[in-house]
Design a protein around this ligand. Structure first.
Ligand code: GLU
Length: 388
């Protein structure tokens, strides 16, 4: 079946995420020929004026192959050592292959903190923009040698989505050994249907993502859908496609099968994108239906609508806002520390001063510091369309 052609040259800035299994063969190591083809595709896009950023996995897989480590799970320090060895080889391979087309590569290694902490986020963003300005291709990976399990992305799907929103990209392409999203895992369910277009990531779409991951990479469909949520909310489209052919981007242009996730029609601002994309909210707040409706019509969250406060967070931390059905409906910056939030939960704003001993803010989460989840925004806009 031939799907719709994807005119990639129409995009201004594209982030391409490449899974480990595409770049590294368990037995023979780096797939040089594949990489050369990929770089030729990148050169074609750049010649048409598109900025290209690469999020390349493969450090651990390549390090494993260089060190000849046995297959099976690695301990954290083993995988960090493998990443240290593999990342040098990976960056050199990219740099050499891109230089065939006179393109300069710049290596960027990020940790979770570099994208989650606002100051570091702005810093990383400035470096990447400068690389793009001089015409280089940033080759990005997680800094696996220092990231520990609690404070790491662990998968490059979400890292790539974060890079896409950070740099204002308009397209994210996830290349791996999976050609797109199916209604159910195709190897388990013969009735699984392939989805070519996904207009919005609804809870039904989320339920379709199984948890499977291949041995070489950590991400499965789950992390790809999470990446889609981050990217599309910021107005960046996403494509999931197979990278198993020799010239995967050219194949997409020529109409290879892929799943296309539409960008949100009402993308949130850069600051709100940053809030929405936070991977580790410091806590959460459960609200009642009245507050849920108020949030849906663009109002701030007042203490009166708060039913429960979970976790320990400080004022200014990102927290998840949970609706009456137990689903996350928004994220925002807390107006109060968790302890204070507990004291004023369910109380009128006018009572705050008497309870806390000082006149705090009227809102628990101000609407300027809050962003509704993409699925929720879609539901609201369908509701207002129906009323129009
Ligand atoms: N950062 C890991 C590596 O380069 C890959 C993570 C992933 O597979 O998504 O080996």
């Amino acid at each position: 079946m031939t799907a719709t052609r994807k005119p990639l040259e129409k995009y201004r800035r594209i982030v391409i995420k490449i899974g480990s299994a595409l770049l590294v063969d368990r037995k023979t190591g780096l797939k040089k020929q594949w990489l050369d083809g990929m770089c030729a595709d990148i050169a074609t896009l750049k010649a048409r004026g598109v900025d290209v950023l690469v999020v390349s996995s493969g450090a651990i897989a390549l390090g494993r192959s260089v060190l000849d480590l046995p297959s099976g799970a690695l301990k954290l320090e083993e995988s960090q050592a493998a990443a240290a060895v593999g990342q040098i080889a990976l960056a050199r391979a990219w740099s050499e292959s891109l230089s065939n087309d006179d393109i300069v590569a710049g290596q960027i290694l990020l940790t979770l903190g570099d994208t989650e902490e606002r100051r570091r986020y702005l810093n990383a963003r400035a470096t990447i923009s400068q690389l793009l300005k001089i015409g280089a291709v940033p080759i990005i990976n997680e800094n696996d040698t220092v990231a520990t399990s609690e404070i790491r992305y662990g998968d490059n799907d979400r890292l790539a989505a974060r890079v896409a929103t950070m740099t204002g990209a308009d397209l994210l392409v996830l290349l791996s050994d999976i050609d797109g999203l199916y209604t159910a895992p195709p190897h388990l369910d013969p009735d699984a249907r392939f989805l070519e277009t996904i207009a919005a990531i609804t809870p039904e779409i989320e339920a379709m993502a199984g948890g499977a991951a291949s041995e070489l990479s950590r991400g499965g469909m789950r992390t790809k859908i999470d990446a889609g949520k981050i990217a599309t909310a910021a107005g960046c489209a996403m494509i999931i496609a197979s990278g198993k052919t020799e010239r995967p981007l050219q194949a997409l242009v020529e109409g290879a099968r892929s799943s296309w996730f539409a960008p949100s029609a009402s993308p949130v601002t850069a600051r709100k994108t940053w809030i929405a994309g936070q991977l580790l909210p410091a806590g959460s707040i459960t609200i009642d239906t009245g507050a849920e409706n108020a949030l849906g019509s663009g109002k701030s969250l007042l203490p009166a609508g708060v039913r429960q406060v979970i976790g320990s967070f400080s004022r200014g931390d990102t927290i998840a806002i949970i609706g009456s059905e137990g689903r996350e409906i928004a994220r925002g910056l807390a107006g109060y520390d968790a302890d204070e939030a507990r004291q004023i939960a369910g109380r009128k704003s006018a009572e705050i001063a008497a309870i806390l001993g000082y006149a705090g803010r009227a809102a628990m989460v101000h609407r300027d510091d809050m962003v509704m989840t993409a699925a929720r925004r879609q539901a609201e806009s369908e509701r207002s369309d129906a009323h129009a």
